[in-house]
Design a protein around this ligand. Structure first.
Ligand code: ARG
Length: 607
């Protein structure tokens, strides 16, 4: 009882702490209660409610009758329609539902009350977009970007960066404590040949910083020597040993190479507005790997197999290779040390790995091993692999330059920036915008469209990289949405009302919902909290893009028929402002701005 009381106090607290209302969840609570009363002999049934597909099915639907009817046969219910009827007759008193009806074979269509929706939208105007209640605050470690030192950061790492960034922004918005970790590949055997080559090319590297700019070429040169020259190869191997022994001068060489690489990566992060990414590469886990291996050994988890030490997990056929036959550690070893560090030192209770889907089975093994070791309990700690597909070129083959090389990310971004200027010029925007405004628009469009094109597809699928498609101003693209957004923002400007005035007005006047299109727009805006909460489950950001697109389209429908500002046709002078509708515009713009923010896209006021 005390526990119960405590919970209700917490719930009360949560309500007062001004969270956005999750309409879908409110309806689920109502229906769950109705089911409990209608069928007291059923245990713990949770009603499922979802937004309706299409206006003629109401605003939301509850389809639970379909699945419940099987359990209710013995209680005299023959068809889902009977079940639906019984549910409807037991809907508790509430302030949410206007009308409810049984449709088709037993769907329940729900129509919302305007008096319920109205304050929710008005609140967006007065308070801005506030987060929905997302449960217990968690400490999150998100593994993202994670390119390899001295190798090219490729489009796969770009995906990880963009998706990881967006997920981090979402989790931060709903109140979690997020650590973004860049798991750099900075400890591989490739350093042997790189350092050996450095010694030959720049013998004075320890005293003078070598003028080494292009690490890619340097990498290729050393790889060539490694493949062709036996003596060099030997030296490269001995370099790895000296590096692992942390010989100071070798560490210095290693640092030098890492620094050049990291500076290159940072340029990309800066361009993409990725901040607070903690560079913490595989080298960080060196000592920890030894500790983990001892722990596994002591607990008898390792098995010898052809000189290697491997670890098998129940129900998984492939083992992890923990120690190689030469005594060295592997990618598996480093990820075991990594997961342990995040659980025990960071005390994270939500781990996310944004890595290409090809590594999914690697992470299955790592997670299974960590559970087997008792390092975490899935009921308390969320450990989640967030995979994504391959980036393809327009020929549907692996993304390459015309000459067949891997695409350099900086070049790719440059091209995006150039193309976005072309697009803006083709629309004559260079004639109306000041040079500064044009530049802001150009970058907003360029980076926005690259990010959006990635995020708007289901991340599990491969996706085709096409500048032409992403710079199209029609359809579900960043360009279309950014234009739509600036247009909405300009409405209040045209009407010469400040956002402060709109806010003030909202304190006394509720948003208008009489016109069908006003009402439709308001209901879409109210779905924002539930959309965010749904994404928190599967971390599929395309759901947010779909929603953003729907908001923009619903707004267009509204704007076409609902005059917000009336101008004198001759003079262009504003003659009438519908303040209520301007409020709806502002609420729409706020929701869109928050979507952009979560997606990592920076809209501009003018473009
Ligand atoms: N550096 C790796 C790669 O380029 C990705 C690392 C992902 N994170 C991890 N903890 N293994 O494929």
């Amino acid at each position: 009882r005390i526990k119960h009381l405590k919970r209700s106090i917490e719930e009360e607290d949560a309500k007062n702490k001004s969270f956005a209302v999750n309409v879908n969840q409110r309806l689920e609570e109502i229906f769950t209660e109705a089911i409990r009363v209608a069928f007291p002999y059923l245990q713990d049934v949770k009603a499922l409610v979802q937004p309706s597909q299409g206006d003629k099915f109401g605003d939301y639907q509850c389809n639970s009758s379909m699945s419940l009817v099987k359990q209710l046969k013995d209680h005299g219910f023959k068809a889902p329609r009977d079940v639906a009827q019984a549910i409807i007759s037991n809907i508790p008193q509430n302030d949410v539902i206007e009308k409810i009806e049984v449709a088709g074979p037993g769907f329940i269509n729900v129509y919302l009350k305007k008096s319920f929706v109205q304050p929710l939208v008005t609140r967006i105007v007065t308070e801005g977009v506030i987060p929905p209640p997302a449960g217990r605050k968690r400490k999150v470690c998100i593994d993202m970007s994670s390119p390899n030192i001295a190798k090219e950061m490729h489009v796969g790492h770009l995906r990880s960066t963009i998706i990881g960034e967006s997920i981090s922004r979402l989790l931060t918005f709903v109140g979690h404590d997020v650590l973004k970790i860049n798991h750099l590949g900075d400890w591989g055997t490739q350093f042997g040949m790189l350092i050996a080559h450095l010694e030959d090319r720049f013998p004075n590297y320890a005293t003078e910083v070598p003028p080494l700019k292009d690490l890619q070429t340097f990498y290729k040169e050393s790889k060539k020597r490694f493949d062709e020259d036996e003596a060099f190869k030997k030296r490269a191997y001995s370099m790895v040993v000296r590096l692992q022994a942390k010989e100071p001068v070798i560490i210095q060489a290693w640092n030098l190479i890492c620094d050049i690489s990291k500076r290159e990566f940072d340029k990309i992060y800066e361009r993409l507005d990725i901040s607070n990414l903690i560079p913490r590469g595989e080298s960080f886990y060196q000592e920890r790997m030894q500790v983990v291996v001892s722990e596994l050994e002591e607990r008898g988890m390792l098995k010898e197999e052809e000189g290697r030490k491997v670890m098998f997990m129940p129900s998984l056929s492939v083992p992890l290779t923990v120690v190689k036959s030469d005594g060295g550690f592997t990618y598996d070893t480093s990820d075991l040390a990594t997961i342990k560090q995040r659980l025990f030192e960071e005390k994270a209770d939500w781990l996310i790995y944004v890595v290409d889907s090809g590594q999914g089975s690697h992470f299955d093994l790592i997670f299974a091993a960590a559970r087997m070791m008792g390092w975490y309990e899935p009921s308390a700690t969320r450990v989640q692999f967030v995979g994504f597909g391959v980036v393809l070129g327009e020929d549907k083959k692996k993304f390459k330059t015309r000459s067949g090389d891997t695409v350099k990310l900086n070049d790719l971004l440059d091209e995006g920036v150039k193309r976005s200027l072309d697009t803006l010029k083709a629309k004559g925007r260079d004639e109306v915008l000041t040079p500064d405004e044009l530049k802001a628009a150009q970058e907003s469009v360029a980076y926005g469209c690259i990010k959006y094109a990635d995020l708007c597809h289901n991340r599990n699928n491969d996706y085709v990289f096409s500048f032409d498609k992403m710079l199209d101003d029609k359809g579900n693209t960043a360009v279309y949405l950014l234009y739509a957004y600036t247009r909405i923002r300009s409405i209040a400007r045209t009407a010469k009302v400040s956002s402060q005035q709109v806010k003030e007005a909202a304190k006394t006047t509720p948003v208008p919902l009489d016109h069908a299109k006003e009402w439709k727009l308001a209901k879409v805006l109210c779905r924002f909290p539930e959309v965010l909460l749904r994404i928190l489950d599967d971390l599929c950001m395309h759901t947010l893009c779909d929603y953003l697109y729907e908001v923009a389209n619903t707004f267009t429908e509204f704007y076409e028929v609902c005059y917000c500002v009336e101008k004198n046709k001759q003079t262009g002078e504003v003659v009438k402002v519908d303040m209520g509708r301007v409020m709806l515009c502002e609420a729409t713009a706020s929701v869109m701005a928050k979507c952009f923010d979560v997606l990592g896209i920076q809209p501009v006021q003018k473009m």
